[in-house]
Design a protein around this ligand. Structure first.
Ligand code: ZN
Length: 325
């Protein structure tokens, strides 16, 4: 984590489209000289030239808090930069954005300020590691006010930053984890809602935000040896993934899969009549090298020789069940 005052640049390239199609235009009977993005049926604004693409850039100087996760439990990490499958990138982006907006919520509580005093986001950048420079992801908070209001520099004080991360612990009285894990929210909120991560200003990210992923990301940021799984309870509180995972056998049954479960091991799902098609249930942040994935794959091979199950996680199954047919 580090904090500094710097220039924050935001580019709007129309969702990766290279920008917006501007044209030289005349408005009513004006002389021209204006440019606009217009539709073909606009009656008052007439194009006078060919379209050209422009991305929009805004720049401001303010206080910034950059947060990277220094260490991950073995087999646990979000793939937000490169992945074998696009679906893994979706999970990675969801994890990082949920992490960033969790930090903003917790910061607003700690500072006792309105949430809109801060902006949150993620960026990809090169970071130095023992293996050399690699592309990685960082979350950031910025003060909304030009030249900064001092919030991010206050959050960068080690004990204040620790208090921010403590909001991921159910033992933190009135912390975000303590508020989000009681039964009412636990059973009703399958991804995110306006009681946890959603609010008006992060509307473009609502489809990605997931409070369970956010809590797991912050738990790892607070303690790289944290247990990240679908079953181990968090102290006196239920592991928040359990109510979601309770629905998985019924969903997979409808997709034509039978459940194979063994105590203490990841669940397997085999296609009826075609058992080489199979899935191993995993946590959204687990990767192929997670020990329990490898153990489950070995079990699948023993049960059905030649079977190499794919990875099935509740985050993707609930959003894109067709991927698991
Ligand atoms: Zn919620």
């Amino acid at each position: 984590m580090r904090s500094f005052q710097g220039e924050v640049a935001a580019i709007n390239d129309n969702a990766g489209d290279g920008g917006f199609a501007f044209r030289a235009v005349k408005i009513d009977d004006s002389e021209g000289g204006a440019c606009a993005v217009i539709g073909d049926d606009d009656r008052r604004i007439k194009p006078t030239g060919d379209p050209f693409r422009i991305a929009l850039l805004s720049r401001r100087v303010t206080d910034v808090l950059l947060v990277e996760v220094g260490g991950w439990p073995k087999g646990v990490r979000p793939l937000a930069v490169s992945a074998r499958q696009k679906a893994d990138l979706v999970v990675g982006r969801a994890a990082w954005y949920s992490f960033a907006f969790f930090l903003r919520n917790a910061a607003a509580v700690l500072l006792d300020v309105d949430i809109n005093e801060l902006d949150a986001g993620v960026r990809t950048t090169f970071v130095d590691t023992p293996e050399g420079r690699v592309l990685d992801v960082q979350a950031f908070l910025t003060d909304r006010l030009e030249n900064g209001a001092g919030y991010c520099s206050w959050l960068s004080v080690p004990e204040n930053f620790r208090a921010l991360l403590d909001h991921s612990s159910v033992a933190c009285v009135d912390g975000l984890a303590e508020r989000w894990t009681p039964d009412d929210h636990l059973n009703e909120c399958t991804a995110s809602c306006n009681k946890c991560l959603r609010e008006f200003s992060n509307q473009p990210y609502h489809g990605l935000l997931d409070w369970r992923l956010a809590l797991d990301m912050v738990r790892v940021a607070a303690d790289p040896s944290a247990t990240v799984d679908l079953t181990t309870d968090w102290g006196a509180r239920t592991n928040p993934w359990k109510p979601i995972c309770a629905h998985i056998p019924a969903i997979m049954d409808k997709l034509g899969y039978d459940l194979e479960a063994a105590p203490g091991q990841s669940r397997l799902f085999f296609k009826r009549g075609e058992p080489k098609r199979a899935w191993v249930e995993d946590h959204p942040l687990w990767q192929e090298d997670h020990e329990l994935v490898q153990v489950a794959r070995d079990r699948a091979k023993t049960l059905v020789p030649g079977c190499v199950p794919g990875l099935l996680n509740p985050f993707l199954l609930l959003r894109r069940p067709a991927d698991f047919v």
